[in-house]
Design a protein around this ligand. Structure first.
Ligand code: MF3
Ligand code: CO
Length: 247
């Protein structure tokens, strides 16, 4: 586990500021008729205008700037020309490289009015991320994060995805440690100031199982139910969690 200095964390804050500026712009552009390809092209131009580079583009052959994951797609949906429809939910994941450091964050957006179950899924997933962030105090253990997510999500009758996990982040997009969204509390290494983690709960309405499309990326719920995803890059500081890129 790589610990970052205060100066490095400030640079990662700048990288994540660009990511959140993109996600704020996406929030304004998500509407019926918009295509995820249009959103992707706007995101790429915005990132490059900020002097940063899209982090996902060409990562292990990934073909776009954003991941756009609609309805039963959990993560890694590839932007395309299918217009968004009223009632869809779309997870948008964005990563950038800026001044040598990575930023990574995701939000799930509603396309106008969505059903009650979809709304509850989004609320529970977002709230589970905040409960996870609340664990990032020095002295807590790594598995306290996933335990907080799983306990909350299952209380609401939903399930957490096991196949994909959060991760350390810094001068690489993915660093040690892995950060599962499940498990018992009180295990693993203690969290120390300077540790930066991308925490990213993925929550399904139905069962936790995953299947991946023939494109090798698009990960869907095996049972076809809706899935939501929220992510922050968060630093552990002496005084507790610092969500990077947030005002
Ligand atoms: N937030 C995801 C991650 O941390 C997004 C990766 S998309 C990929 O892995 F294309 F870069 F793989
Ligand atoms: Co990530």
């Amino acid at each position: 586990m790589v610990l970052k200095t205060h100066g490095e964390i400030d640079l990662m804050d700048e990288a994540n500021r660009i990511v959140h500026r993109v996600l704020d712009g996406i929030a304004e552009r998500v509407r019926p008729g918009a295509t995820t390809r249009e959103l992707d092209l706007w995101a790429e131009a915005t990132i490059r205008d900020a002097g940063a580079v899209p982090a996902f583009l060409d990562y292990r052959g990934y073909p776009a700037t954003l991941c756009t994951s609609i309805n039963d797609v959990i993560v890694h949906g590839i932007p395309d020309d299918r217009p968004l429809e009223e009632g869809d939910i779309v997870g948008v994941d964005c990563g950038v490289l800026y001044k040598g450091y990575y930023g990574d964050a995701a939000r799930t957006f509603a396309v106008n009015e969505v059903g009650d179950e979809a709304r509850k899924l989004m609320d529970v997933t977002r709230d589970s991320l905040h409960l996870a962030v609340d664990q990032l105090h020095p002295g807590n253990r790594l598995s306290d994060i996933g335990h907080a997510v799983q306990a909350f999500v299952e209380t609401h009758g939903f399930s957490v995805v096991r196949e994909f996990v959060g991760h350390g982040i810094g001068t690489s997009l993915h660093e040690d440690p892995q950060v599962p969204n499940f498990g018992d509390a009180g295990h693993g290494p203690r969290l120390k100031p300077g540790l930066v983690l991308a925490i990213e709960p993925m929550v399904n309405i139905g069962a936790s199982g995953v299947k991946v499309d023939a494109d090798g990326w698009t990960a869907r719920t095996a049972d076809g139910t809706l899935s939501a995803h929220f992510e922050y890059s968060v630093a552990v500081t002496e005084s507790g969690p610092r969500i990077l890129g947030q005002a």
